[in-house]
Ligand binder design. Structure first.
Ligand code: FES
Ligand code: FES
Length: 157
């Protein structure tokens, strides 16, 4: 068994200090140790985007990071971003445009779209598609998702 590593970080605005395995992914840590199960796990190989989280203000794959690497860093999950209200326009647009079905991809897509809109407040549709190309959705065919992000951009402008 690996020796444990003590790591301190901020998660959704709260200080967290835990002993973790050096091999534990950040996504597993968030889900299993902190109960933040809105961070989903699909491929666990950096491909699907289901595990998207925000580290120090930039989106990141939770499955490709180790919890032990987060010493001193700030992590935001879908739970924190939702509670802060910063996703409200996107959430409204996703609901109105039927941009989710099973919802498995939705937390990662919302966080990715929020970062994209922060940098690109008036995006064209192709740019939205490119920005979301690392987030796989098996249900929607993407059209409604792009509609929703465009609608949220209009609502925010
Ligand atoms: S679970 Fe991390 S990218 Fe798929
Ligand atoms: S809504 Fe089911 S995977 Fe996207």
């Amino acid at each position: 068994m690996d020796d444990l590593v003590v790591v301190s970080m901020t998660v959704n605005g709260r200080a967290v200090r835990r002993a973790v395995s050096p091999r534990q992914s950040l996504a597993d840590f968030l889900r299993q140790d902190l109960g933040l199960t809105g961070t989903h796990l699909g491929c666990e190989h950096g491909v699907c985007g289901a595990c998207t989280i925000v580290v120090d203000g930039r989106i990141q794959r939770g499955c490709l990071s180790f919890a032990a690497q987060m010493e001193g860093h700030t992590v935001e999950t879908i739970e924190g971003a939702t509670a802060s209200g910063r996703l409200a326009a996107l959430q409204t647009a996703f609901r109105e445009r039927n941009a989710l079905q099973c919802g498995f991809c939705t937390p990662g897509i919302l966080l990715t779209a929020a970062e994209f809109l922060a940098d690109n407040p008036r995006p064209i549709r192709d740019a939205i598609r490119t920005a979301l190309s690392g987030n796989v959705c098996r249900c929607t065919g993407y059209h409604a998702i792009v509609d929703a992000v465009a609608s949220a951009a209009e609502a925010l402008s």
